[in-house]
Design a protein around this ligand. Structure first.
Ligand code: BES
Ligand code: MN
Length: 468
């Protein structure tokens, strides 16, 4: 079971799928199972597995059961739905043939809330194909990850040449609060030589990527107060400050005039990529309105992958419809900070707190309530498993992958790394820049689904011990 780690790159022998015939057989097998995989993906999209919505937690239970059923039917002899006080997760195991390593395939079956259904081109939980893309909440993030794992298993007729453990979590979009407990409770079942996290994406639908870094997260709620009670804005306005005026000034202090984060003490690693994204592409993919400029300095990848960013993600105050001529006595905002790889999220949260406590005007009272922190991750993407992954990707896509960072966060990667320090972690996935994860009209490119599934199946074949 330890042979991958123990063999030096020189000794490592690739498996059968590296011959041209082997590669083509595996890709043909993936192609053959794809229609059934797609149908199952569509059924999963129909389940509204929004763990963040208490009313729909029962749907998350239903989706765990559906995933367990699909994995059982795909040939896993040992499938269980497990929980550690949080959302149900699924663990499916196919034991390693003698001498073969075990590969853990991760995905999550919970999804983000759908937002305003009226803004979708099709109902969010009704899978709909348009121009080669499958639309629906979770179509990409991350039910497509589950689809890739199903495709890989089915391509081998339920008998892959390595041990395969599929782990499908149900609360990733809520910050994986019980993942550590699950890893502890099921340590033996989840132990693996290689961990494939299929929850990321590619440079484009034509150019694959391996994700080599992700940002971390820190968030907090800041509340500002200026008055004991609301007051008539004509009787007192211009003499005493209202809390909303304080809050908007405080929030404005988080950025400098160029849109760079203006908090002292945040970590910024040196830039490490030659890649860039043209301004027009950013405008098109992000939906930037005409005349609105980008913020921050540096190349786009530098800003997204190697710098912190800060976003006000919610405000509680009097709504416009309820507004009256009143000085608002207190107001609060939730602030989310992305942490560059190498940064310490707890230290970043402390820096954010210090900034908020020292930048409110007019002596206003400021109270900061710390929220969640999530670790960033930078991967050493070298060694025999990475060589095999790059070869598998190139065979499935017809072009070698680029290494890319991601601005998003998968904090539990650090927890996997701590729990299984000897395992090689690969971060891959079926998304592309048009997937619009977390946004309206989330979609999956069906060509990428086939290529991502093909890559995964080829990787399993390549990790099998070479015969002869
Ligand atoms: N799949 C994303 C992370 C991601 C985003 C990877 C973009 C690659 C590109 C994941 O589901 C996610 O959204 N994570 C949250 C983390 C949080 C809830 C702790 C995020 O990044 O906000
Ligand atoms: Mn995800």
């Amino acid at each position: 079971m330890r042979q991958l780690r123990d063999s030096s790159p020189g000794e490592y022998r690739f498996g059968t799928a590296t011959t041209v015939a082997g590669v083509n057989d595996v890709l043909a097998a993936v192609q053959a199972v794809l229609p059934s995989v797609r149908a199952d993906l569509e059924d999963l999209i129909r389940i509204e597995s929004v763990w963040a919505d208490p009313a729909r937690r029962v749907e998350v239970v239903r989706s765990a059961e559906a995933v367990a059923g699909l994995l059982t039917a795909a040939g896993f002899p040992d499938v269980e739905v497990v929980a550690a006080g949080g959302a149900p997760a699924v663990i499916a195991r196919y034991p390693a043939p003698p001498g073969a390593p075990t590969v853990l395939l991760y995905a999550h079956h919970d999804v983000q809330p759908e937002g305003d259904p009226a803004q979708w081109i099709s109902p969010p939980f009704e899978p709909t194909e348009k121009d080669g893309r499958l639309y629906g909440r979770g179509s990409a993030d991350d039910k497509a990850g589950i689809a890739c794992h199903l495709a890989a298993m089915r391509a081998f007729g339920g008998h892959p040449p390595v041990g395969v453990t599929v782990f499908v979590e149900g609360e990733e979009e809520s910050g994986s609060p019980t993942l550590r407990a699950l890893l502890t409770a099921h340590r033996e079942a989840l132990a693996a030589d290689v961990i494939v996290i299929a929850d990321s994406g590619n440079w484009s639908t034509e150019l694959p990527a391996l994700t080599v870094s992700l940002r971390g997260l820190a968030d907090c709620v800041v509340e500002v107060s200026t008055l004991e009670k609301g007051l008539h804005s004509g009787i007192w306005g211009g003499v005493v400050p209202d809390a909303l005026a304080v809050l908007v000034r405080l929030l404005a202090s988080l950025h400098d005039d160029d849109g760079n984060v203006a908090i002292a003490g945040l970590y910024e690693p040196p830039a490490a990529t030659d890649l860039d994204i043209p301004g027009e592409q950013v405008r098109a993919e992000a939906g930037l309105l005409p005349g609105v400029t980008q913020v921050g300095s540096g190349t786009v990848p530098q800003r997204l992958w190697h710098k912190p960013s800060i976003t006000v993600i919610g405000i509680d105050t009097t709504g416009v419809d309820a507004a009256s001529n009143t000085l608002i006595p207190s107001a609060r905002a939730k602030i989310s900070l992305r942490v560059a790889p190498g940064g310490d999220p707890a230290a970043h949260l402390a820096a954010l707190r210090a900034h908020l406590e020292s930048h409110a005007p007019w002596g206003a009272r400021v109270r900061v309530v710390d929220g969640e922190v999530g670790a960033p991750y930078a991967i050493d993407a070298t060694g025999p498993v990475y060589d095999a992954a790059r070869a598998a990707t190139e065979s499935a896509w017809g072009v070698a992958p680029v290494d890319m960072g991601m601005g998003g966060s998968i904090p539990f990667i650090a927890e996997f790394a701590a729990a299984f320090p000897d395992a090689t972690i690969l971060v891959t996935g079926p998304e592309d820049p048009a997937s619009a994860a977390h946004s309206i009209n989330e979609s999956l490119d069906l060509g990428v689904l086939e290529k991502a599934a093909g890559t995964e199946a080829l990787l399993l074949a390549a990790l099998a011990p070479a015969c002869g």
